[in-house]
Design a binder for this molecule. Structure first.
Ligand code: PFF
Length: 529
C-alpha cells in the first residue's frame, strides 16, 4: 500500500495523510489530482509518496516514480506562459556581462580570430548538447536543481548522491553573483559617468584614472553593488510569471534595439574592417592550450551552463515545447550577441589605435576614451552602458532563481522572504569582491584576490565540472526512453548525435580541459616549468 502526504508552502500539512488503499503511485497521483484544485496543486510545496512507510522526522521527500509522473509534474513556482517566454528568459540569462564585457577582452587576450573559431566549436559541440541536457532535466524534475536531481535520480534508480550537483550549483551561484553584481555596478555607474560628459576629449591616462577612482572607492562600489542587487531581488520576489516573465518581456526587446543602435553606431564611426579581420581571420600560431581552456570556460559562462540556471528555467517550460529547437535558438542568439559586441567594441578600439588586449578594463577604460572623442559619444556611450546593465540584470536574475526556488521548497518560506535572504547572502559575498579592488587588494592567495578567486573557481572549475556531471547524468544515468521522451525526439539521427555528444564528446572535452587547468596551475605554482 502507498501512503501519501502533502505539504503546504509554509510547511504545514495541507492534506491529511492518506492511507486509503492506493496500490500504485499512479493511483495516488490520480487521487490527489482529483481532490485538489489547480491553485492548490500549484501551491503545494512538496509531494510525498512512499511505499509502505511515511517519512520520518518531517523530512520532505517527493518520490513520484516513472514517466507517467514526470509528464504530469508541475512546478510549484509556476510556469512560463509560452515557449517564447522561455526563449526570452533563457536568452536573457545567457546574454550578459559574459558576452559584452568578458567575451571581447578574453578574445583580445587570446589573439582574436583563432580563439573565436575554437569558441564556436565549443558552443556547438559541448555547449548546445549540455544546454539541452540541462533543460530536459529541469523540465522532467520541475523543482529546484537540488530537488530535481534527487527526484530524477530516484526516477532513474541511480544514487541519490547526484543531488550534490545541485548543491555545487548553489555555491557557484553565490560566488558568481558576488563578482557579477560588482561588475554590473560599474556598468550602472558608467551610465552616469559617460552620460554626464566626464569623458569628453579624455586621454588614456584620464580614463584609466577614472576607472581606478571608482574601483578605489569601496563606498561608491558598495552603493552601485547594492542598487544592482536590489534590482535583481525585486524582480525575483515578484515570482516567475509576475516578475521574471514581465522583466524579460520588456527588457529583451529593449536590449535588442539598444544592441542594434550601438553596433550601427560603431560601424558608422569606427574601423569596421579592422574589427572584422581581427575577429574572423584566424592566426593559429597564437593558440595555446590555455586559450582552448579559456574558450570552453567562456562557453559555459556565456551560455549560463553548469550551475542550474538553465535547469530552473527549463523547469518552468510548458510540456509541449520543443527543447532542441528552443535551445539551439538561445545558443545562436547568445553567440551572435557576443560577436556583435566584438563588432561594436573592436572597430572603436582600432580606430583610436588602442590595444585590443586591455583585459577586464577593456569596456570601461578603452571604450570610454573612444566615446569621449566621437560625435554623439556621450549619448551612445551612455546607451552602451544601459545595454550592458540590462544584459547583466536579466542574467543576475537567473543566477539567483535556482537558489530562491530551493529555499522556498526546503524551508517553506514565502518567495519574498526567500528572495531577500538569498539576495542578502550574495550581497555580503559581493562586499568581499568589491573590497578586492581597494582595502583587500593586498590580500591575495597564490596571486589572486577574492574577486579573482570567485571568477576563477566558477568559470574554470565549477561550471565545467557541473556541465560534465550534467552530461554524464543525462547521457549515462538517464534511460534513452526518458531523454528521448523529454526531448520529443524519435530514435533518429538527431537524437543519436545529441546522445553521442553528451556521452562522449562533452565529457572528454571537459576532462581534457581540466587536466590542462591542473597543469597550468601547478606550473604557475612553480611545481615544474
Ligand atoms: N551567461 C551570463 C553571461 O554571459 O553574462 C552569466 C551567467 C548567468 C553565468 C547565469 C551562469 C549563470 F548560471
Amino acid at each position: 500500500m502507498i501512503a501519501v502526504q502533502c505539504f503546504g508552502l509554509n510547511g504545514d500539512f495541507l492534506n491529511e495523510t492518506i492511507e486509503a488503499g492506493l496500490a500504485t503511485t499512479e493511483e495516488a497521483f490520480m487521487y490527489f489530482n482529483g481532490r485538489l484544485s489547480a491553485v492548490d496543486r500549484a501551491r503545494i510545496a512538496v509531494w510525498l509518496v512512499r511505499e509502505n512507510s511515511m517519512p520520518q522526522n518531517g523530512r520532505r521527500g517527493y518520490l513520484f516514480r516513472g514517466s507517467f509522473m514526470a509528464g504530469a509534474r508541475q512546478s510549484i513556482h509556476g510556469q512560463w506562459s509560452s515557449r517564447w517566454v522561455f526563449f526570452l528568459a533563457a536568452t536573457g540569462s545567457a546574454v550578459g556581462l559574459g558576452n559584452i564585457w568578458r567575451f571581447p577582452y578574453v578574445t583580445g587576450e587570446n589573439g582574436g580570430g583563432a580563439f573565436v573559431i575554437i569558441y564556436l566549436l565549443c558552443v556547438a559541440a559541448v555547449g548546445i548538447p549540455i544546454m539541452m541536457a540541462e533543460t530536459l532535466i529541469g523540465r522532467r524534475g520541475r523543482q529546484s536543481p537540488i530537488n530535481t536531481m534527487r527526484l530524477l535520480a530516484e526516477d532513474e534508480g541511480v544514487s541519490s548522491k547526484w543531488h550534490y550537483l545541485g548543491w555545487m550549483g548553489v555555491v557557484a551561484g553565490f560566488l558568481i553573483l558576488s563578482f557579477y553584481s560588482v561588475v554590473a555596478g560599474w556598468s550602472v555607474a558608467y551610465i552616469f559617468y559617460v552620460g554626464s560628459g566626464v569623458f569628453a576629449q579624455t586621454t588614456v591616462e584620464a580614463s584609466a584614472a577614472q576607472f581606478t577612482a571608482l574601483t578605489d572607492s569601496a563606498w561608491e562600489l558598495l552603493g552601485w553593488h547594492t542598487l544592482f542587487m536590489i534590482m535583481t531581488v525585486v524582480v525575483i520576489a515578484r515570482g516567475v510569471q509576475g516578475g521574471i516573465e514581465q522583466a524579460v518581456k520588456w527588457l529583451m526587446p529593449a536590449l535588442f534595439v539598444l544592441l542594434l543602435i550601438v553596433v550601427g553606431y560603431a560601424i558608422a564611426t569606427g574601423d569596421f574592417s579592422g574589427a572584422i579581420s581581427y575577429l574572423f581571420k584566424p592566426d593559429f600560431s597564437e593558440v595555446t592550450a590555455n586559450s582552448v581552456l579559456a574558450a570552453l570556460g567562456q562557453a559555459f559562462f556565456s551560455l549560463s551552463l553548469g550551475m542550474g540556471a538553465i535547469m530552473i528555467y527549463g523547469s518552468y517550460l510548458p510540456a509541449d515545447a520543443s527543447i532542441p529547437r528552443t535551445v539551439v535558438a538561445v545558443a545562436v542568439c547568445d553567440t551572435v550577441v557576443a560577436l556583435l559586441a566584438g563588432l561594436a567594441i573592436f572597430p572603436i578600439v582600432f580606430a583610436f589605435g588602442l590595444e585590443p588586449n586591455g583585459g577586464p578594463g577593456l569596456v570601461f577604460v578603452t571604450l570610454t576614451i573612444a566615446f569621449g572623442h566621437m560625435p554623439g559619444g556621450q549619448i551612445f556611450g551612455a546607451l552602451f552602458f544601459v545595454l550592458l546593465t540590462v544584459a547583466a540584470w536579466t542574467s543576475a536574475i537567473s543566477i539567483l532563481e535556482p537558489i530562491v526556488a530551493w529555499l522556498i521548497e526546503s524551508s517553506g518560506w514565502s518567495r519574498r522572504r526567500a528572495s531577500v535572504s538569498a539576495g542578502l547572502g550574495a550581497w555580503v559575498l559581493g562586499i568581499g569582491a568589491l573590497l578586492s579592488f581597494n582595502y583587500w587588494a593586498e590580500f591575495t592567495l597564490l596571486g589572486k584576490t577574492f574577486f579573482d578567486w570567485c571568477e576563477f573557481l566558477t568559470t574554470s572549475v565549477m561550471l565545467p565540472a557541473g556541465g560534465l556531471l550534467i552530461a554524464i547524468f543525462a547521457g549515462w544515468r538517464m534511460s534513452r526512453a526518458s531523454t528521448m521522451e523529454e526531448l520529443g525526439l524519435s530514435d533518429g539521427a538527431i537524437y543519436s548525435t545529441w546522445r553521442f555528444l553528451v556521452q562522449v564528446v562533452a565529457p572528454i572535452g571537459v576532462l581534457a580541459i581540466f587536466v590542462n587547468v591542473l597543469v597550468v596551475f601547478l606550473r604557475d605554482l612553480g611545481v615544474f616549468d
